[in-house]
Write a protein that binds this ligand. Structure first.
Ligand SMILES: Nc1nc2c(ncn2[C@@H]2O[C@H](COP(=O)(O)OP(=O)(O)OP(=O)(O)O)[C@@H](O)[C@H]2O)c(=O)[nH]1
Ligand SMILES: [Mg+2]
Length: 568
């Protein structure tokens, strides 16, 4: 015997039996619900003063019977269906509305998220007889629809007894329509399909904050680099973050519905999520949930080449993921219901945690070892007394390109973020037998959590030894100033605010002639930093930079190492 679920406490045995007997009924395949069954559902609803719902298959069998309270209903867990090509769930929800109220937002959200064939509410008159039939079904959303477009259609209510809706015809017509609207050639390349959620929290934005537009562009760029396909972007402005889920409940439902429509399996958030938020959102949406930092770490992981580069990335990943380790429940119930049950995963989770912690300790030790080796190499270098010039800057500014141009090398440079993870150093010889060490470094990016910087300590240690920074900015990027600020902030956090630097405006070949001329004539930037404009791809344009470097390092014709960096 199938059981009646939901809010059944306090029901009399006779009422329970009456509800259980509903399973024996059948509905003609073309009707939403038969008149007899509809009338019965209303009668029993009035008697118990609670909503009653049924899920009906296309053949007309009753699959579930469940009880709610006077104003809402919790669906049994039937699992989520991936947005497929055209197909619906094959189940329709029919339930009672005690005061003949229209379909609620919850009803429509269920329709969308569970991909039901349709959702119907039988509104009741005060005496318990059926009043109106309220009906809604899914509808494809055209790609160019405004962001407020909803993937459902609510039909005008009609008197229950006069309803003529032919369910079979309606559903098959809709499925055909969905089939036609389905995006073609999708998900064949195996790339993750992501929906981006970029939240502008006004309370957080300070001076020099990156614009919302630039943040979206950068997140897309990170996705491209990581090989993630962006299916859509949801943006929201909020006064402050919701502590539980970053964005509010309603917005999260919208995100979820959109993810279903777009067939996205990953949500990528900017700003970063707290471990609690990541858990809550994953539970709520049943989608993979990652944030900007995880995405960046993923890129790092793909890019690391050297042994210590790989170790550093793994350490950073473990550090970031440990508090986020999470066994996600795979079933999904009505959103308002929210099932807890993380049960069986818990032991395994603890085991993973322990292993992760052990691994972290081992990695730290190994990185320490490499770090000592590097220090050894550096002191050899120092002994030769060569000045060290480090190229620093936001990711993709052109640092590796500049190193290549200056030293005729072939370090990997490409139009992707974080192309460089392992720092390269080269010798560079000036005329008059002067020689320097020039170092390419890992690109910076705004808002990386501070403990990640700790993981990349070994790489960043190179910067401590530098006599001069070439702070390279991509002058053709509209947000270059915010990027410069982000880099300066990171350098300052590492106690490197005092290292002499030259601001190098790169990629001026991309600017229009007026702008190019204006930049080229500039000699110093705010903070009295010397400026030079170049195009790292054009060798000739870098001559002014080389002169400036030479002049800065050998002011009086002789290299003068900074006193504090080289005592004795
Ligand atoms: N038009 C133009 N493109 C440039 C210039 N300099 C670099 N690029 C391009 O910018 C992209 C990034 O260059 P990279 O040298 O890899 O930049 P990077 O700063 O080393 O980047 P990461 O190592 O990823 O942080 C590449 O596609 C380069 O070809 C320039 O002066 N002009
Ligand atoms: Mg590089």
């Amino acid at each position: 015997m199938k059981t009646v679920s939901g809010n059944t406490t306090g029901l009399k045995p006779s009422q329970m039996h009456a509800l259980e007997r509903v399973y024996r009924r059948r509905v003609p395949a073309h009707e939403v619900v038969s008149h007899e069954l509809g009338t019965f559902l209303c009668e029993i609803s009035r008697e118990i003063d609670r909503q009653v719902g049924i899920l009906v298959t296309r053949r007309g069998d009753i699959e579930h019977v469940f009880v709610g309270d006077a104003s809402k209903l919790t669906l049994p867990e039937i699992g989520r269906l991936r947005a497929g090509r055209g197909r619906f769930r094959g189940l329709r929800l029919v339930h009672t509305h005690l005061r003949n109220e229209a379909l609620t937002r919850d009803d429509l959200v269920d329709l969308a998220l569970l991909r039901l064939d349709l959702v119907a509410a039988i509104g009741m008159q005060p005496d318990g007889r059926p009043a109106d039939l309220h009906l809604a079904h899914l509808l494809p959303v055209p790609p160019d629809a405004p962001p407020t477009a909803r993937p459902w259609q609510v039909q005008p209510p009609e008197p229950f007894h006069r309803s003529r809706t032919d369910v079979e015809a309606l559903v098959s017509a809709l499925e055909e329509e969905f089939e036609r609207a389905a995006p073609r050639g999708v998900a064949t390349d195996g790339a993750d399909r992501a929906l981006l959620v970029v939240v502008d929290i006004r309370g957080r934005a300070g001076k020099g904050a990156t614009s919302q537009e630039a943040r979206v562009a950068e997140l897309k760029e990170l996705c491209r680099t990581a090989g993630v396909r962006v299916t859509g972007v949801v943006e929201q402005r909020r006064a402050e973050a919701d502590p539980k889920t970053l964005i509010g409940r309603g917005k999260l439902e919208d995100v979820l519905i959109k993810a279903m429509q777009l067939d996205a399996e990953v949500l990528i958030f900017d700003p970063d999520l707290s471990p609690g938020q990541a858990h809550a959102i994953a539970d709520f949406t049943d989608l993979r949930v990652i944030d900007r930092t995880m995405l960046i770490l993923d890129i790092f992981a793909r890019r690391a080449r050297s042994r210590d580069g790989k170790l550093q990335v793994e350490l950073a990943q473990l550090r970031y993921r440990l508090p986020r380790l999470h066994e996600k429940n795979t079933m999904m119930s009505r959103l308002t219901g929210g099932i807890g049950g993380r049960g069986p995963g818990e032991t395994k989770l603890e085991e993973n945690r322990r292993r992760a912690r052990e691994r972290i300790t081992r990695l730290e030790r190994e990185i320490e070892h490499y770090s000592a080796q590097r220090a050894g190499r550096r002191s050899q270098r120092d002994a030769r007394g060569l000045p060290v010039v480090a190229i620093v800057g936001y990711t993709n500014a052109g640092k590796s390109t500049l190193l290549n141009t200056l030293t005729h090398s072939e370090v990997l440079a490409e139009d992707k973020l974080f192309a460089t993870l392992d720092p390269t150093t080269r010798r560079l010889r000036f005329p008059r037998e002067r020689e320097i060490i020039i170092a390419d470094t890992v690109g910076f990016i705004r808002d990386l959590p501070p403990d990640l910087a700790q993981a990349f300590r070994a790489t960043l240690e190179e910067l401590n030894e530098a006599d001069l920074f070439l702070h390279l900015v991509d002058a053709s990027d509209p947000s270059w100033e915010a990027q410069r600020t982000a880099v300066e902030r990171i350098l300052a956090e590492r106690g490197l605010a005092e290292t002499p630097r030259i601001l190098v405006m790169n990629k001026i070949d991309r600017l229009d002639p007026t702008e190019r001329a204006r930049l080229s004539s500039q000699r110093s930037a705010p903070g009295d930093v010397p400026v030079v404009a170049i195009a790292a791809v054009e060798r000739d344009s870098t001559k002014a930079l080389l002169d400036l470097v030479e002049r800065t390092l050998w002011r009086e014709g002789r290299y003068v190492p900074p006193a504090d960096a080289h005592p004795g």
